[in-house]
Unconditional design. Structure first.
Length: 244
């Protein structure tokens, strides 16, 4: 057992034997052992090196898999939706492992989404202190002036959050249609980060796409396509997160 890793109930649920809520009850009832010891604390975390037993039966360990999906607009970054909308896993019918998204992309946002069954990998990429770069391209209503562009890097206050970009590049402006296409680099991933930041400045986002995640890009993929990451890609993005 460790202070790192995934919560025990999540690991049990991801194995497919029960839901997370029932897994929590199994832990409370003393039906779960980690490395031969009964565990009843819900905050317990485990890694792939720990041996987990539920009702005396060892949890089968799936081989870790890592996928990149070009999420289209109109798809939920989740494994299920209470409104029966299409979710990302519906696009990955050939994947037999119980993968989950690394972070989220909004329903109306397209672009690069990672999915895996490796909780440590997901936590490494999502942890704020690692600041893995994510690059978005946004089409906005209106044209930001120099002062407002400067605010993107200084940060824009929205509710309790300070939303900012580490860098930006203007890709095009259309004065006739009063629109701008801008590339934004983030090292954070707060909820609806780009949309809220732009809305606070008075420039609603019309279209949003994540083009890059760390060292990974969408090259060769069309909306709805996905592929497994190569061992080299996995190593590169893992190393880039650990170096930050």
């Amino acid at each position: 057992m460790t202070t790192n890793g995934e919560r025990l109930q999540k690991v049990i649920a991801q194995s497919g034997i029960t839901s997370r809520r029932k897994a929590e009850q199994l832990i409370i009832d003393g039906k779960v052992k980690v490395n031969g010891q009964t565990v009843t604390e819900l905050g317990t975390k485990v890694t792939g090196d720990d041996n987990v037993e539920v009702n005396g039966v060892p949890l089968e360990k799936e081989a870790f898999v890592y996928y990149m999906l070009y999420k289209p607009r109109g798809v939920i970054s989740s494994l299920k939706d209470d409104k029966n909308r299409k979710v990302v896993i519906d696009l990955m019918e050939d994947v037999s492992e119980r993968v989950f998204p690394v972070g989220r992309l909004d329903y109306d946002t397209s672009g690069l989404l990672l999915l895996t069954n490796d909780g440590n990998f997901a936590n490494l990429l999502m942890h704020p202190k690692h600041g893995v770069e994510k690059v978005y391209v946004a089409k906005i209503k209106g044209i930001l002036d120099k002062r407002e562009l400067g605010r993107l890097k200084r940060g824009v206050k929205a509710e309790k959050d300070l939303l900012k970009a580490t860098n930006y590049a203007i890709l095009s402006t259309d004065k006739k249609k009063n629109t701008m296409i801008i590339e934004l680099t983030l090292q954070e991933g707060k909820n609806r980060h780009v949309r809220r930041m732009m809305e606070q400045l008075g420039y609603p986002v019309m279209k949003l796409k994540r083009e890059r995640y760390g060292t990974l890009t969408l090259d060769g993929l069309k909306p709805g396509d996905y592929r497994a990451l190569t061992p080299k890609e996995i190593k590169q993005i893992r190393n880039s997160a650990m170096e930050l």
